[in-house]
Design a protein around this ligand. Structure first.
Ligand SMILES: [Zn+2]
Length: 73
């Protein structure tokens, strides 16, 4: 066996080194998550961003409307 596998690919359950392509630990069959996996944006963060953008848009519309009302009077 060659020791070319990187040390960061270790099973968190049993500590066995596994190839980066493995999805399940070959020793204890724990489901492994790859270190290179991209973190998905939680829906709550997206909802909060939409809420902030909507609030800013409403505020901009309110300011524009107020400006129009002030110009009329
Ligand atoms: Zn394991």
């Amino acid at each position: 066996m060659s020791k070319t596998m990187p040390a960061d690919h270790r099973c968190p359950s049993c500590g066995a080194v596994y190839p980066p392509t493995e999805l399940v630990c070959p020793q204890c069959r724990t489901i492994l998550t790859p270190a290179t996996s991209r973190k998905k944006t939680p829906p709550a963060v997206i909802a909060l961003l939409i809420l902030v953008i909507a609030a800013l848009f409403i505020y901009a519309v309110y300011l524009a409307w107020q400006e129009l009302v002030l110009h009329r009077f």
